[in-house]
Design a protein around this ligand. Sequence first.
Ligand SMILES: Nc1ncnc2c1ncn2[C@@H]1O[C@H](COP(=O)(O)OP(=O)(O)OP(=O)(O)O)[C@@H](O)[C@H]1O
Ligand SMILES: [Mg+2]
Length: 405
Amino acid sequence: MTTAIATAERQGTEQAHVMAFCADSSTHTEIDRVISDLMLPHASIRKGTVKDAIKYLSHHPSPKLLMVDISGSDLPLSDIDNLADVCEPGVSVIAIGERNDCGLFRDLLHHGVTDYLVKPLSSGLLHKAISNISDETEHSKSNNKLGKLVAVMGTRGGVGATTAATSLSWIIAQQRRRKVALVDLDLQFGTVALSLDIEPSHGLREALESADRIDSLFLDRMMMEYSDRLSVISAEESPDETLLIDYAAVELLLNELRGKFHYVIVDVPRSANTCTLQVLEQATDLILVSDLSLAGMRDTMRTISFLPSLNASCKSVIVASRVGEHKSGEMPKAEFEKGIGRKVDFVLPFDAKTVASATNFGQPVAAGKGPVAKGLGDIVTRLCGSAAGSGVTQANLLSKLLGKN
Ligand SMILES: Nc1ncnc2c1ncn2[C@@H]1O[C@H](COP(=O)(O)OP(=O)(O)OP(=O)(O)O)[C@@H](O)[C@H]1O
Ligand SMILES: [Mg+2]
């Protein structure tokens, strides 16, 4: 806890569902009164401004409802954008300030703030603002404010799906500064942990075999932190065991993760089992990786043709990988495209030297240079939008909180 943030917490170490950062004592008193009136559990009020909120939330889990004092801020909109960078999806923000300015109010809403209240704070208005948020949350619980769910699937074995999944996750987390959960759903043969040189996590099998185990705390314990923005869930179950996956648990797990992360990237096992179908049913995006082979063409075609009936809103991206590996005998890209009835979106060339050394050293390929890293960066631009302009630093809070930048 920083000394800049003098705490006036209503409770101790428990994770706060409601947090307020306010600069003066009368605002503090009003917030305290409304929290008591509404009997909001797990509330914490701290002395500080939006800048203190940014500092604090970059190292702590986000609350569901956040009140921040923007008075004294020279660039309130940019502070709100910076706040979005450190918050999890699903946070509702009430800004409190001194300027009774309609233009500022509109701009703040446009940047994703749910409400703006002017000081001196009226407990009646704050009461109403909080009640409106909980009503809205009730109504939109099922589909709003969830991170994107990106399924990455190979049409054949060894085409580079895991290479793509780990690198896409790495770029979005490290370069785009979004919170990413990378999930390896191949519990026995998955190689995500191996490719990132981390230990497999514990508990995934347990969670997927009994949905009632899945809650926020269990998830926190299950995740391996690759970095402060990239968490990994994987397993290394014995190959000779039969797993009894409860498919409701897969749905629950992904939904829980989407409430906490801007992007949930799933390395999906290729077989068309119920687990795979469950992911595809929920996915916002599918990255389908194939080599330019006849079998790859057939299975790319088959996958993209059943997807619309399973999940009409899922956007698919076709990636031709290891292109050029077989100088002769590889299907020409144009012929592959003719076969699948659409264009290949991205090409990742075969580059044994760069990719193999990255894989063997447990480094994401995208952390290095070369045409494969460049191609993976282009896929991220398709998924997240460009890094410049409306991208990371200037994208508004709403799109970031919704994982839609
Ligand atoms: N563009 C590429 N150029 C050269 N080698 C590559 C390329 N992409 C992946 N590889 C290598 O191919 C091997 C398989 O890659 P990866 O594990 O990503 O494939 P996969 O589709 O996930 O395989 P699996 O079917 O086993 O899950 C790895 O050794 C990796 O280093
Ligand atoms: Mg793989």
